[in-house]
Design a protein around this ligand. Sequence first.
Ligand SMILES: Nc1ncnc2c1ncn2[C@@H]1O[C@H](COP(=O)(O)OP(=O)(O)OP(=O)(O)O)[C@@H](O)[C@H]1O
Length: 238
Amino acid sequence: MPHSDQAAVIALEGLGLTYPGPPPVTALHPCDLRIAPGEFVTIVGPSGSGKSSLLNVLGLLDRPTRGRYLLNGSDTATANDSRRSALRGQQIGFVFQSFHLLPHRSAQENVELAMVYGRTPRRVRRQKAAHVLARVGLSHRAHALPTRLSGGERQRVAIARALVAEPALLLCDEPTGNLDSETAAAILDLLDQLHREGMTILVITHDGQVAQRGQRVISIRDGVLTETTINTEAVASC
Ligand SMILES: Nc1ncnc2c1ncn2[C@@H]1O[C@H](COP(=O)(O)OP(=O)(O)OP(=O)(O)O)[C@@H](O)[C@H]1O
């Protein structure tokens, strides 16, 4: 159980986003949110509620138009683009609905490629990739191409790739959106397992059942965040 005195992985302070237009559209109304290390948080909302806008801001792909966003203690709003790219690479592991794997590279190579921009020697890259593939239960398919893997196995590779740089946050965008319900449940079980191992996880989804797997469930509607289930001391207020 996270403690409120630990540094937050995500701290939003009066963060908001208005697209300039014309006409201007306020996609995110000013909100405060704190996610502590080791939490498993879901954000759920219908189409047009602001999920992608929030994901883009949290993933450092877009800048808020007001407020502050501290990622693992670093103030991202004042950072320049190259610092933000570095923070993104070091602190965030992304998991997408459609996996985004390189089709002509094996599972193992897809994971190794997530480390090529660092200074990790090849031998260590191989070891680390093998280790995370084992962690997601995919050692036996390490040398398969993505086209020879099932949807669930592809998402496991994508999760391994996201984990390999040891990010502070696993940021998942509709991680089960392309999977049948049984496979989706297995992927959510894997996220649960990673959470129990101490990973900080944020899942953004339109699916209420997926959202219920979170330790904290935050709903987003018309750009307003509201905490609906609170199992910890952490609080979101908007
Ligand atoms: N570039 C943009 N310029 C102006 N308005 C935008 C822009 N992108 C999104 N919006 C608007 O901001 C609001 C939130 O959109 P957003 O894409 O974040 O919602 P969403 O919850 O991700 O929707 P969906 O589930 O359909 O992808 C919507 O009203 C949308 O029309």
